[in-house]
Structure formats: structure tokens, C-alpha cells
Ligand binder design. Structure first.
Ligand code: FES
Length: 350
């Protein structure tokens, strides 16, 4: 379990990773301060969203763009600006691996060691870099140039084994090419990624992830996004199909529903024998034909005789409806008793 020191509301725990957030006096003394400018930019991010707390993820990237990790000071700033508790901010910051708990090096080198990359050499790359740099997963070299981490699937399996630097892709690496890449980074060079935008550094990409462009103007930003890419493996199938004159069969459009499609004749056609309206008779048949409690609850809920759901005032002042017990989507009729608290209550204000 991990804890955010200094949180009077309690500790943030995730149970996923046990690395504590670095709040040692030496680290804090060396951090660049979060300035009034940072606070103004945080407010600029908040203004992009209809609900303030939706801004939390980019705000955490903003904190990392200044201090290189989500520091206790950064957690406090986000909490203050969003009206959340520090424990709530910490719970989010410690859940996602892109939010770092210790100051990150100038570059973050991530080696995919998930299944496909691993069998093609990803683990060998990780081992070689770890040995060269003298650091293990989630550690930073003494000169502060590189933080090394192993990563789960980076969604580029067709380029395996994959390494990213500050989330930019370096495809189809092997031990030697990865060693050369990291050596160049340590010399202060920025080798061009295999595809996508040019390399910046960890703080630079964090700023981009916060939604602030690193490029001087729109034309420069467009040029970076449209930078030439080597999409060989991804497009191999398409190229082969073109060469062979093959194409996928046309998609068949689903037939337009009949006007009375809601009342399938085979199962729920009104018989006219009950004296009820055809709609009610069909609804009765749907309830009778339901196999499971969930289906029965759904059919009963859509019956013309079903009572209107009770309306109630939500904590934020809007009006909402109570879902009857047992009729929650995805349940099998075993929902919580009416009035029992939700297992996922909304984040409250501090
Ligand atoms: S397994 Fe490495 S990118 Fe998918």
C-alpha cells in the first residue's frame, strides 16, 4: 500500500504499487517551485471542462511538467483548485503508472516486456539497459538523465519489441539499437522517433499531455503531428491485398426495422383474447417469457403499467431517479436494498 504523507484527511492507498511518494527534505529542497503561473495554467485547464474535477488528470501532468513527478505540493495545488481532498487527488495520482512518485530523469525510457515484445527480445533489452545504466525498474541514473521502467503492452505489438522514450515510439528494437538509443540520450542528443512527433523530454511531453503545445505556432504543431512515419508492419496486409487485387467483401447493411419491430410476432403477438390493449398484452407476454430475474425486472420496468421511478434531489441540486433495487443495469436481480449507499459514492468536496 502507498501513502501520501502530509494528508490530514488520511492516506491514499491503491494496493497496486507500494512505492511511497517521495517527500524527503532533500528532494523537496531541489524541486522547482509551483508558481503563480502554474496555478493560472491549472485554472486554464479547469476552464476546459464542464465539471471542474474532470481536469484532474491533465493537471497532474502539468505538475509533472514542472517538478518531474506528482509531488505533495502538486497534490495540494490540485486539491485546492478543484475543491477535493488531498486523499482524493492522491488516490487518482497513485492509480495510474504515468503519474510518477519520484522525480523522473530528463528522459523516461520504457521497455515493453509484455508477452509479444518479451518473446521477441523485450526482456533482453530491459536487462541490458538495466545493467548498462546500473538501475532497475522505476529507478533513475545518478546523473539524472534516464529513468528506466518496464512497461506493459504499449499497443504497438506489430512493431515488437518496442521501446518508448517520453512516450514516443522506437520500434523493432534489439539490444544493440536500444543501447545506442540510450547512449545518444545520455549525450544530450534526441534521436528521431520511428514515427510521430519529435522527441522532447519528460517534462516537455508532460506539458503536452496537460494540453499545452510545445510548438511555436500551429504550422509547427501540424508539421510535428504529420511527421513521416514508418508504418510498414501495420500496413503490410493492406499492401499485399492491393498487389493481389483483393478486397474485403462489402459490409451488408442491416435490414431496416419494420415499423412494429418492438412487438416481434412470434413471441409476443397480442391474441386479442385478454381484452387488454395490444401493447399491454405484448408487455405481459414479455414478462411471462423472461427467463432470468434481470430479464424479468427489465420487462416489468418497461411495462406500460410500471410505476414512474421516484424522483429525488441529488446532492448537486439536480433532479435524478432512484433505480429500484434489483433493476440496476448489469445485475441479475440481486442489487442492493433500496436506500443502501452506493459502493462508488461520488467524490465529495473537501
Ligand atoms: S506486447 Fe509490446 S507493444 Fe504489445
Amino acid at each position: 500500500m502507498s501513502a501520501l504523507p502530509g494528508s490530514p484527511e488520511g492516506v491514499a492507498t491503491t494496493g497496486l504499487v507500494d512505492t511511497p511518494v517521495d517527500s524527503s527534505p532533500e528532494t523537496l529542497a531541489e524541486l522547482p517551485p509551483l508558481t503563480e503561473q502554474t496555478r493560472l495554467e491549472a485554472r486554464e485547464i479547469i476552464a476546459r471542462y464542464p465539471v471542474a474535477r474532470s481536469a484532474l488528470l491533465p493537471m497532474l501532468h502539468l505538475v509533472q511538467s514542472v517538478q518531474g513527478y506528482v509531488s505533495p505540493e502538486g497534490v495540494a495545488l490540485c486539491a485546492e483548485e478543484l475543491g477535493l481532498t488531498k486523499a482524493e487527488v492522491g488516490a487518482v495520482a497513485t492509480f495510474y503508472t504515468m503519474y510518477k512518485r519520484r522525480p523522473t530523469g530528463r528522459h523516461l525510457v520504457s521497455v515493453c516486456t509484455n508477452t509479444l515484445c518479451s518473446v521477441l527480445g523485450g526482456q533482453r533489452i530491459m536487462d541490458a539497459l538495466s545493467s548498462d545504466l546500473g538501475v532497475h525498474h522505476d529507478e533513475t541514473t545518478a546523473d539524472g538523465s534516464i529513468t528506466l521502467e518496464h512497461a506493459e503492452c504499449l499497443a504497438a505489438c506489430d512493431y515488437a519489441p518496442v521501446v518508448t522514450v517520453d512516450y514516443e515510439f522506437y520500434d523493432q528494437q534489439d539490444v544493440e539499437s536500444a543501447r545506442a538509443l540510450v547512449a545518444a540520450l545520455r549525450r544530450g542528443e534526441k534521436p528521431a522517433p520511428t514515427r510521430g512527433a519529435p522527441l522532447t523530454d519528460f517534462k516537455g511531453i508532460s506539458r503536452q499531455l496537460a494540453g499545452f503545445s510545445q510548438h511555436g505556432d500551429d504550422a509547427a504543431a501540424r508539421a510535428a503531428v504529420d511527421a513521416p512515419a514508418a508504418l510498414g508492419p501495420t500496413l503490410a496486409g493492406l499492401r499485399l491485398a492491393e498487389e493481389r487485387g483483393e478486397s474485403a467483401p462489402a459490409m451488408r447493411r442491416p435490414a431496416a426495422p419494420a415499423p412494429d419491430a418492438e412487438e416481434p410476432a412470434a413471441t409476443v403477438a397480442p391474441s386479442g383474447r385478454t381484452g387488454e390493449s395490444p401493447g399491454k398484452e405484448a408487455a405481459d407476454a414479455r414478462v411471462a417469457a423472461a427467463d432470468t430475474p434481470a430479464e424479468k425486472a427489465g420487462a416489468a420496468g418497461s411495462h406500460p403499467d410500471a410505476p414512474e421511478p421516484a424522483r429525488r434531489r441529488l446532492p448537486d441540486g439536480r433532479e435524478g431517479t432512484d433505480t429500484p433495487a434489483g433493476q440496476e443495469p448489469g445485475t441479475s436481480g440481486q442489487g442492493p436494498a433500496a436506500g443502501s449507499p452506493s459502493p462508488n459514492p461520488p467524490l465529495g468536496k473537501a
